[in-house]
Design a protein around this ligand. Structure first.
Ligand code: MN
Ligand code: MN
Length: 271
């Protein structure tokens, strides 16, 4: 074959490979691609809206609640491997003088009746030990009742990974709202509810925010942080994103055009 002809045959394949690469592990650039729900900033003066960005997730932390207010991350099949579960670790990155939830807190959260509930779950970050270690930092954990955390909350986490393995990529944001009580000598707020918002896209390279349409699938749930719900289906707790925006004061998907947000955020998933 003449060199020119060989090039003509291989060039389209090369271009295709470049334009359509296998998507890699989620990175820092992915975690907030669809928005920053509270316009959090990495500024110690911003004590209740303090942005922390890591390869595994982005989060908004509140000094006065002693927990995160939201955690946002991207999930695709390439994030799922065999590393996990790590060990709980004190997050020493907070500004000096701020309370740090210790990995060996006394009294422990469990003695107060709560699990150390992952926001970005361990199972979503198992490709590398580094990625998994980040989700075991105490700032990624909030006090969840065992029946919530190990019941419908965990079922929805597993469902997200099933969707990712089936060729979807997911933008996930979650946190707590409302007030139940304070634990850890008053340093840590237990929210009365936990919520999660998920936007699903077919796995593809390129700009995800431009692929969001008014027919993209959105799943939002709002679950009470109580005992007695362990056997519940997560689907029982589906709500609109609008209702979570109303309860939290956040604006989800604020990088998505407002007319599309308006349609997506009013819909309640029924798939
Ligand atoms: Mn959990
Ligand atoms: Mn919004």
């Amino acid at each position: 074959m003449k060199p020119g002809k060989l090039l003509a045959r291989t060039l389209p394949l090369l271009l295709l490979a470049l334009l359509w690469p296998a998507r890699g592990q989620s990175t820092l650039a992915d975690e907030m691609a669809l928005g920053n729900p509270s316009n959090a900033t990495h500024n110690a003066l911003n004590e209740s809206n303090y942005l922390i960005q890591r390869d595994s997730y982005a989060m908004c932390y509140s000094r006065w609640d002693g927990i995160d207010r939201w955690v946002s991350w991207h999930l695709c099949a390439q994030d799922i491997g065999t590393n996990g579960r790590g060990s709980y670790t004190t997050d020493t990155s907070l500004p000096s003088g701020w309370y740090e939830a210790k990995s060996s807190e006394t009294p422990s959260w469990s003695s107060d009746g709560f699990d150390r509930g992952h926001m970005c779950p361990s199972g979503d970050r198992t490709l590398t030990a580094t990625a998994n270690d980040q989700v075991f930092l105490m700032t990624n954990l909030i006090p969840q009742t065992p029946d919530n955390n190990q019941g419908p909350w965990e079922k929805l986490e597993s469902y997200c990974r099933t969707e990712a393995q089936a060729g979807k990529e997911l933008y996930i944001i979650c946190g707590g709202w409302g007030f139940s009580k304070r634990i850890s000598s008053g340093h840590v707020t237990v929210p009365s509810h936990v919520w999660k918002v998920i936007l699903e896209l077919p796995l593809m390279s390129g700009s995800d925010v431009q692929r969001v349409t008014s027919s993209s699938r959105i799943i939002a749930v709002d679950m009470p942080n109580i005992q007695g719900i362990r056997s519940d289906d997560w689907k029982k707790y589906r709500v609109s994103v609008d209702s979570i925006e109303a309860n939290t004061g956040f604006d989800f998907f604020n990088n998505v055009p407002v007319p599309i947000q308006n349609v997506l955020e009013a819909r309640v998933d029924n798939q």
